[in-house]
Design a protein around this ligand. Structure first.
Ligand code: UD1
Ligand code: MG
Length: 451
């Protein structure tokens, strides 16, 4: 059997006013990526599958995000917000080009999975004209109700239009639908706006299908998968569900999470084998952690690659562009940014390493700071292999420390240091024999009570 082609339309024209934010609703993040990105990544992909996103006016940022996820996403603008069917029809040109299956999903429902999209499409192969994703709502208030006769879907009633009897129905419309592609446009075109809100409701497709003698069926899923996000509180609930999934997947892949509920992951975090993550670690987007690495407590990591058997933290902050080589060690109160540390490098205490490259097996002493910013631009610090940077050194970039070079503690290094050279930049130490004793005597005399 040849694979069926598909067009998925994601509706994202909502203003999201209840988020009380200047950011468009679908660009709010869950597990380090936008709501929209989650939906687009779950939508059917591969040969023969197309994507379209319907955005509101002035939502260029939403279009950019959609194209970032999938460059060939078609963008349509819904100029007036006249309802979900009206929004779907904003993508009329894409629908008219034809596909075996037409899917419509909401951009504010980020927990939907690829398997559910596949389940929704399956009945279309067996003659159904429409499938609707349903769920049993703990509290159905506000949702459209799925009205069945036997196992046939005969209507979807919006809460505002429902009778008291219909409101007792707990099987609700999740919002995701799949149409058999040939007939989809004629169903959508017949949807009117005779309802409490005067909007063009996608849900009316069910009744139109029934009236045309076509089969409409419901596919059930659980409520967690179809949580729609309208408020910051719902955003936090979705985050919690997503984190639960990510932690479980990480542990199933062999990651040791000592206290999983305290570890925050991103949707794209990747792990090797035998990785351990201690309690209270936050991992943002773009992080990969290789085999055998250990992340100690209270570390915060974003856009960084952590090499095999590397050790990070406790209390480390790895910022974007950090790359740690095999067996390298980042200790407590160390911050790194755009820093490449080769195998075996140690930065064990209280350092800032930014815009730097450090060769294998170098040791960076406690309190070493790369002074990468002069108030106008950023400059690089290059350190060769096997170098030793003494405690409390300031490396004023641009500067180069040679292979095997040695920097005396407390130095402010402003000039390049050749290979195998020793650089010390500090004033001579002076010793006054008996000086401490004399000093104490003077001070004791001064402190004697007057009188
Ligand atoms: C919708 C469903 C309801 C279902 C619920 C599930 C309809 C008529 N109602 O109600 O049956 O139980 O979702 O969460 O479909 N949108 C546009 N343009 C518009 C209107 C909406 O793009 O003109 C987009 C929104 O951005 C959103 C989605 O469509 O992503 C759903 O709209 P929303 O207003 O949230 O519908 P609900 O009232 O939640
Ligand atoms: Mg909604």
């Amino acid at each position: 059997m040849t694979a069926r082609s598909s067009l998925t339309i994601v509706l994202a024209a909502g203003e999201g006013t209840r988020m009380r934010s200047s950011l468009p609703k679908v660009l709010h993040p869950v597990a380090g990526q936008s709501l929209l990105a989650h939906v687009l990544q779950a939508a059917p992909s591969g040969p023969g599958s197309r994507l379209a996103v319907v955005i509101g006016p002035d939502h260029q940022a939403v279009a950019d995000e959609a194209r970032r996820i999938r460059a060939d996403t078609e963008i349509f603008v819904q100029r007036e917000r006249l309802g979900t069917a009206h929004a779907a029809l904003a993508a009329r040109q894409a629908i008219a080009r034809g596909a075996d299956d037409l899917l419509v999903a909401f951009g504010d429902t980020p927990l939907i999975s690829a398997e559910t999209f596949a389940r929704l499409r399956a009945p279309l192969q067996n003659g159904a004209a429409l499938t609707v994703l349903g769920f049993r709502a703990a509290d159905p208030t506000g949702y459209g109700r799925l009205l069945l006769q036997g196992d046939r879907l005969v209507a979807i009633r919006e809460h505002a239009d429902a009778t008291p009897d219909e409101r007792r129905v707990t099987l609700c419309n999740a919002g995701v639908m799949a149409f058999e592609g040939q007939g989809a446009l004629s169903i959508l075109d017949r949807i009117g706006n005779a309802n409490a809100k005067g909007e063009y409701y996608l849900v009316d497709a069910a009744t139109i299908a029934r009236d045309s003698g076509l089969e409409a069926v419901v596919i059930e899923t659980n409520e967690d998968e179809v949580r729609g996000i309208n408020t910051k509180a719902q955003l936090a609930e979705a985050e919690s569900v997503m984190q639960g999934r990510l932690r479980k997947a990480a542990m199933e892949a062999g990651v040791t999470l000592i206290a999983p509920e305290t570890v925050f992951l991103a949707a794209d975090t990747s792990f090797g084998k035998d990785v351990t993550i201690e309690p209270f670690v936050v991992i943002g987007p773009g992080v990969s952690i290789a085999d055998g690495a250990v992340i100690h407590s209270f570390s915060h990591i974003v856009q960084a690659s952590i090499g095999r058997k590397a050790s990070v933290g406790p209390y480390a902050r790895l910022r974007p562009g950090t790359a740690l080589g095999e067996g390298s060690r980042i200790g407590n109160f160390v911050e790194t940014k755009a820093a490449r540390l080769e195998a075996g490098v140690k930065v064990n205490h209280l350092s800032y390493i930014g815009d730097a490259e450090i060769g294998a097996n170098s040791n960076i002493g406690a309190g070493t700071i790369t002074c990468n910013y002069d108030g106008f631009s950023k400059h690089k610090t290059l350190i060769g292999e096997g170098a030793f940077v003494g405690t409390n050194s300031s490396l004023v970039a641009p500067v180069k420390i040679g292979t095997g070079a040695y920097i005396g503690s407390g130095s402010v290094i402003t000039k390049d240091v050749p290979d195998d050279a020793m650089a010390v930049e500090r004033s001579q130490q002076s010793i006054r024999e008996g000086g401490a004793k004399r000093y104490r005597e003077i001070k004791t005399r001064e402190k004697k009570p007057k009188g």
